[in-house]
Ligand binder design. Structure first.
Ligand code: BJW
Ligand code: ZN
Length: 248
């Protein structure tokens, strides 16, 4: 049996599956990843200038413009066969927990419900000063250029600047989301890790936790993933090709 067949069979037997996704799951929708060698965002932009609270304090218009550029890209994009396969899998197994590091809403638009967002969302900004959610985002942002500065809106309650609702470096992940993800990883029988480089903590502990708790760990990624253990598999290829084959 091929590894694909072994994993497909294990999926059919599994009672609780965790799907853990990263930027690679949205790559085929045209959303750039962070660390891919040619197209990754961190090849073109310095995370220290854009993805920290310090950067926002220093130059809010630079940071806000960059996130509005990314939000406009997501609004134009559509879910791909990988998002759709994950939504379909949830209808086939007794229990599925979907945990994503992504800040887009493509899982939801593919029909997945109760998505656990570890790194927040591009679509849920809040006040940098008082933390109240901000409801006034333009539904149809005119797509600013990648490096275009844009003044963030002001909070209607306190006048503070509105910030993107994402988790920046050095910030805590939402406690409840992280706790739910750890709990699911600790009790699942199979974890599918899809399209993530697995270098950002604490999220990167989730697949390891599943493996340590006795689950099968399956990486779906065109880049080779270390899969040494007897219960660890790597299915090489684009998520939009591999995941539909797993369900077939
Ligand atoms: C495909 C594909 C296809 C392509 N199909 N696959 C040392 C120095 C500094 C900091 C640290 C340190 N050690 C630890 C830290 C902490 C830090 C961290 O982990 N840093 C490491 C990078 C070293 N972590 C944090 O700061 C976290 N908070 C924290 O720890 O709080 C505790 C604390 C609080 C206070 C004080 C002290 C401690 C927060 C991390 C937040 C991460 N935020 C970002 C940005 C979010 C906002 C935004 O979107 O701008 O989240 S970073 C970025 O990386 C984003 C992603 O969610 C995250 C993970 O990336 P992902 O999804 O894996 O993408 P890539 O690009 O890395 O990988 C894509 C993969 O897809 C590749 O493998 C491709 O091969 C594959 N692929 N096409 C399938 N078609
Ligand atoms: Zn406020």
């Amino acid at each position: 049996m091929s590894d694909l067949q072994v994993v497909a069979a294990a999926l059919r037997r599994a009672r609780h599956v965790v799907v853990f996704t990263g930027a690679g799951v949205s790559a085929e929708s045209g959303i750039p990843t962070f660390r891919d060698a040619l197209s990754g965002l961190w090849q073109r932009f310095d995370p220290g200038d854009l993805a920290t609270a310090e950067a926002f304090r220093r130059d809010p218009a630079l940071v806000w413009g960059w996130y509005e550029w990314r939000r406009a890209q997501v609004l134009k994009a559509r879910p791909n066969p990988a998002h759709q396969a994950i939504a379909a899998l949830a209808r086939q197994v007794p229990k599925l927990t979907l945990v994503t590091q992504n800040v887009d809403d493509l899982h939801e638009r593919a029909g997945s419900s109760e998505v656990i967002h570890l790194h927040g969302s591009l679509h849920a900004p809040r006040c940098f000063a008082c933390a109240r959610p901000f409801a006034g985002l333009a539904a149809d942002p005119q797509e600013p250029a990648a490096g275009r500065r844009l003044e963030p809106p002001r909070c209607p309650h306190c006048g503070g600047r509105v910030r993107p609702g994402v988790v920046w470096f050095g910030e805590e992940l939402p406690a409840q989301a992280l706790q739910q993800a750890f709990a699911a990883a600790g009790e699942c029988d199979l974890l599918l890790s899809v399209g993530t480089s697995g270098v950002v903590y604490p999220a990167a502990r989730i697949p390891q936790l599943a493996l340590e708790s006795g689950a099968l760990l399956v990486h779906v990624n065109p880049q080779a993933a270390a899969a040494e253990g007897a219960r660890e598999y790597w299915l090489g290829g684009a998520a939009g090709l591999v995941l539909p084959q797993l369900l077939a």
